[in-house]
Design a binder for this molecule. Structure first.
Ligand SMILES: Cc1cc(N2CCCCCC2)n2ncc(-c3ccc(F)cc3)c2n1
Length: 263
């Protein structure tokens, strides 16, 4: 009996635990070129809920869990900037009760995840216009920005009340004002200076943009900044997106980098 047990133990190969598997996969990806900045359009929440006979806000609630899973995955990998398209200027056309729910999510995030955000030394930034957002939403955004202002880790950008065309128009208006006031001369204008007038000033441009739920469109998201980005469109709806699927997108990015790395 003892002999059999010893033979079994000798041949026993410990199965990887889930965390060991994640650590192994993370280390493997870190050997290859990583995107500095990943931007994500988190689409498919409403359809995910509808398919299950649930109200749309159930999809947004489930989507929030995915937001946290992907923040953890990006941080563990060492991605420098993660931008999440949370609320577009077009979303104001949605039913009022859905908008009210969405406007409460930054507070929800703050309550549920601020401790972990601080433990991970994550810096939170908002891209978009505060004008038009409810006061309680702006307060939550300000509290997140204030709490994380000295953090030096992952730059986590929430695109809130964001539209790229209005971002570009706002930049043009500010440039015209600066030329008129003599703050700058028209001859100084170039792509780099123009970029500094956008919400994404001082951020590297996205190397990879991922959009979920099968829509193959940019939808007024970072139109200037995505000029040279790798685009990844997946059929998976955002609430079903995961660290594994995020890693698959990074693997695909690395394959593309290898292929196009050749001159
Ligand atoms: C409006 C909205 C919608 C929103 N969704 C949940 C994820 C699915 C996609 C849309 C719905 N999420 N998820 C996180 C935030 C958020 C925003 C700012 C912030 F500082 C902290 C968290 C959020 N905001």
């Amino acid at each position: 009996m003892i002999q059999t047990l010893k033979q079994w133990l000798a041949g026993y190969k410990a199965e990887e635990t889930p965390s060991e598997s994640i650590q192994r996969k993370t280390a493997e990806l870190q050997k290859g070129p990583l995107p500095r900045h990943v931007a994500m359009i988190m689409d498919g929440n409403g359809r995910w809920a509808k398919k299950r006979g649930l109200p749309r806000i159930a999809g947004h609630r489930a989507g929030m869990q995915t937001v946290c899973d992907i923040i953890r995955a990006a941080d563990d990998l060492g991605i420098e900037v993660l931008t999440l398209y949370s609320f577009s200027t077009e979303n104001w056309k949605r039913p009022k009760e859905e908008i009210n729910y969405l406007m409460g999510l930054p507070e929800e995030f703050l309550k549920m995840y601020l401790n972990e955000i601080m433990e991970r030394n994550i810096h939170v930034r908002m891209l978009g216009q505060e004008e038009g957002l409810p006061g309680h939403t702006v307060n939550a955004l300000h509290r997140l920005k204030e709490a994380t202002k000295d953090n030096t880790g992952l730059e986590l950008c929430f695109a809130m009340n964001y539209g790229s065309r209005s971002e570009i128009l706002r930049a043009v208006e500010r440039i015209i004002d600066d030329v008129k006031s003599g703050k700058m001369d028209k001859s100084q204008l170039n792509e780099s200076l123009f970029s500094s007038y956008l919400f994404t000033a001082n951020l590297p441009e996205p190397d990879l943009m991922i959009r979920t739920s099968g829509e193959v469109r940019i939808s007024n998201f970072m139109l200037w900044q995505l000029a040279y980005s790798e685009l990844c469109f997946t059929e998976v709806q955002w609430p079903d997106f995961s660290r594994e699927r995020f890693y698959q997108a990074i693997e695909d990015f690395q394959r593309r980098s290898r292929r196009y790395g050749a001159v």
